[in-house]
Write a protein that binds this ligand. Structure first.
Ligand code: 7TS
Length: 411
């Protein structure tokens, strides 16, 4: 049996060149991984190697370096297949990011299946990228949007879930809130949705980087995530979907690569997954994502989650010592992922983020692309600290003392 190894953040940090930087004379304390994670040297190097040694358009050439590019890109897909326990590469569509993956479902599945009068159920903690596409679809076809509410701890109110699901065609919900950190009980919610005859789309942008995700065990229908939040590059994301759904869905974008045979007035479609991948793909980015998956797999996703839970537990305890602080989201670290949102009386979140930046601390301030959630919380903005594999408890201490310094400036 392999012994569970705790993450050694000091060793992990050495893999991330950017963490050697100083900001304003202080070592960079990067607490914005929910926006984008930093990249280990293995990811940067493998992309550099692609461009230096075998840059070519994949899937087309019969010459050596094009075949190498195809093999590397498709092998990255297989790494993703194993990482999320997909049944095969036919179910793993490379997109640009989570946003594009969700829009693919909106345009392809949504337009073919959502009709006038149909109901789509969302939650009030969704990122705009799992809200605005459904607003656009609803307006286009005449469907209605409904929302699961949250309680004062930032958890979904699920007591009337079965009643709320009646007659719903699609439930689209985040696995983990980017603002509150709340981890939603996806398996139970999905089972309820399926009993009611609804399909389930999960926005996994904040889950796949931070915990073991098994799409078949969750039993969902669509699952979307981004490479850049999980140690991979920008410009590559994933839509996983059940094969039968993908087979039945019309194409999303039309063009090269997604076709089998084209005549002047019609065309037939390529096999999965390429039917949904029109045009030259993000080859270097796909290969980079493969290396990122490998990197995370070596750390162990259960260890990643444990590391973050420990940090969140510590951060919630330390932050509560700051006079007047308001923390949003669950207090139980079991259901609280690595993002913590808070406000400090009399200091605007943007001012706070600017002041702690002087100490080299990078935190995010704003609505975090969750404006309806801000309305629900009754604030225009929060400050958010988000943690990942390279963060350590002393960075929580630095954040706390940075906030205390800012309070003195405003006192
Ligand atoms: N869904 C969630 C839950 C997210 O956190 C984000 C990005 C997205 C979707 C969109 O991902 P993209 O890669 O398509 O842009 N979240 C954030 C954030 O919290 N701060 O900056 C981006």
């Amino acid at each position: 049996m392999i012994e569970a190894r705790a993450i050694n953040a000091t060793a992990v940090r050495a893999d991330f060149p950017i963490l050697g930087r100083s900001i304003n004379g202080k070592p960079l304390v990067y607490l914005d991984s929910a926006a984008t994670s930093q990249k280990p040297a293995v990811v940067i190097d493998i992309m550099d190697d692609y461009y230096r040694r075998y840059n070519a358009n994949p899937h087309r050439g019969v010459y050596t370096i094009s075949e190498e590019a195809t093999a590397a890109y498709e092998s990255a897909r297989q790494q993703v297949v194993a990482f999320i326990n997909a049944a095969s590469g036919k179910e793993v569509i490379f997109t640009r990011n989570t946003t594009e993956a969700i829009n693919l479902v909106r345009y392809s599945w949504g337009r073919a299946n959502i009709r006038n009068g149909d109901r789509i159920l969302l939650t009030e903690m969704e990122h705009h990228s799992n809200l605005v596409p459904w607003q656009l679809l609803a307006q286009e076809v005449g469907a209605s949007l409904e929302f699961l509410r949250i309680d004062d701890q930032g958890m979904l109110q699920l007591d009337e879930l079965d009643a709320r699901l009646e007659g719903v065609r699609l439930l689209a919900i985040t696995h983990q809130s980017n603002t509150l950190g709340t981890i939603n009980p996806i398996k139970a919610i999905t089972a309820a949705a399926h009993r009611a005859g609804a399909l389930v789309l999960i926005d996994g942008a904040q889950a796949v980087p931070h915990m073991a995700v098994d799409v078949r065990d969750l039993d969902v229908d669509f699952y979307a995530f981004s490479g850049h939040k999980m140690c991979g590059p920008t410009g590559i994301g994933v839509l996983w979907a059940r094969r039968a759904l993908l087979e039945a869905m019309p194409p999303f974008l039309g063009g090269g690569d997604m076709i089998k045979r084209v005549k002047l007035h019609e065309a037939s479609w390529n096999d999965l997954p390429w039917k949904f991948e029109a045009g030259t793909p993000s080859v270097a980015e796909g290969i980079g994502l493969g290396a990122a998956v490998d990197y995370l797999k070596n750390l162990g996703m259960d260890q990643v989650r444990t590391h973050e839970r420990t940090l969140v537990d510590y951060a919630l305890e330390k932050l509560q010592e700051i006079p007047g602080i308001v923390l949003y989201g669950p207090r139980d670290p079991e259901i609280h992922g690595g993002s913590i949102s808070f406000t400090i009386p009399d200091i605007h979140p943007h001012d706070l983020a600017t002041l702690v930046d002087r100490e080299g601390i990078a935190v995010r301030a704003g609505h975090h692309c969750t404006q309806p959630l801000m309305d629900r919380l009754g604030v225009p903005a929060t400050t958010r600290a988000s943690f990942y594999i390279y963060n350590q408890p002393d960075e929580v201490d630095q954040l706390v003392s940075g906030i205390q310094k800012a309070q003195k400036v405003f006192a």
